[in-house]
Design a protein around this ligand. Structure first.
Ligand code: 6PG
Length: 222
C-alpha cells in the first residue's frame, strides 16, 4: 500500500488522474481491455472532469478499450440527482467516445434493490466471463471514504461488509433511511488496483483510525 499526502485538492485530483491513465494504458497494453469501478461522491466528481477535459490526460485514454462499472449506486433512477451513474455520465462519460456496451451501470431504478444487485452480478459474470462464485478482477476500483469510514455503500454496522459469497449486494442503510447497491469487500479486494481518494478535514479522524487503529471491518469497512 502506498499513501500519497498532497497539500492541495487540485494536486490530489491531478495525481489521481495520472494514476488512472497509467493503469488504463498499462491494462490495455497487457490485456487489451481496462475495466474500472467508479466511485460516487464529491471527491471523485472533481477527478472525472480532468480525465474528460485535460488534453494531456484525455489524449492518453484508450477509450475504445475501456469499460466503466460502478462500485456502488443509490437506489434511484439514472436521471435522479443522487445517481452515481448520472454524475459520472454528466462530467465524464458523455464527453468520451464510448459505445453503449462500454458503460455498465447499476439499475438503481429497479424497485427491488436486491434484484438490481442480482442483475449487476449477472452483468459482471457475463462481462468478466466468470464461473459461478468467482469474483470479478477489476483493473482499477476507485473509492471514496466517508467520515464514518464507509466506502462504496459498505457502511459501518450494516450487513453488506460481512458478505463473502456474492460480488454485489443490496444494503439497507438505516442511518440514511435508504437501500443501496454495492460491490462487496471480496469483489473490491480482488481488483488489480484500488485507489482511495480522500479529501477534507472531516475524514481525518476516520482515516487515522483506519490506518493506525485496530482492524475492525464492522466499524471500519474501509
Ligand atoms: C457514494 C460513494 C461513497 C463516497 C464517499 C465519499 O455512493 O456516495 O460511493 O462511498 O465515495 O461517501 O464521498 P465524498 O467524496 O463526497 O466525501
Amino acid at each position: 500500500m502506498s499513501i500519497k499526502i498532497l497539500r492541495h485538492p487540485a494536486d490530489l485530483y491531478r495525481v489521481a488522474a495520472e494514476t488512472f491513465v497509467r493503469i488504463a494504458t498499462h491494462s490495455v497494453a497487457v490485456q487489451g481491455r481496462f475495466s474500472v469501478g467508479l466511485a460516487g461522491g464529491s471527491t471523485s466528481k472533481s477527478l472525472y472532469p480532468l480525465l474528460a477535459n485535460e488534453p494531456g490526460l484525455r489524449s492518453w485514454l484508450p477509450t475504445e478499450c475501456m469499460h466503466f462499472y460502478w462500485g456502488d449506486e443509490r437506489h434511484v433512477p439514472p436521471e435522479h440527482a443522487d445517481s452515481n451513474y448520472r454524475m459520472a455520465n454528466e462530467v465524464m462519460l458523455s464527453k468520451l467516445p464510448l459505445a453503449p456496451n462500454q458503460v455498465h451501470r447499476i439499475q438503481g431504478e429497479c424497485p427491488d434493490a436486491a434484484r438490481a444487485a442480482d442483475e449487476y452480478e449477472r452483468e459482471l459474470c457475463a462481462n468478466f466471463a466468470l464461473a459461478p462464485g468467482v469474483y470479478p478482477r477489476f483493473d482499477l476500483v476507485l473509492l471514496g471514504i466517508g467520515p464514518d469510514a464507509h466506502t462504496a455503500s459498505l457502511f459501518p454496522h450494516t450487513p453488506a461488509p460481512q458478505e463473502t459469497a456474492r460480488s454485489v449486494v443490496a444494503n439497507r442503510v438505516a442511518a440514511l433511511g435508504t437501500d443501496r447497491i454495492t460491490l462487496t469487500i471480496p469483489a473490491i479486494n480482488n481488483a488489480a488496483n484500488i485507489v482511495f481518494l480522500v479529501s477534507g478535514a472531516d475524514k481525518a479522524v476516520a482515516l487515522r483510525e483506519i490506518l493506525e487503529g485496530p482492524r475492525d471491518p464492522r466499524k471500519l469497512p474501509v
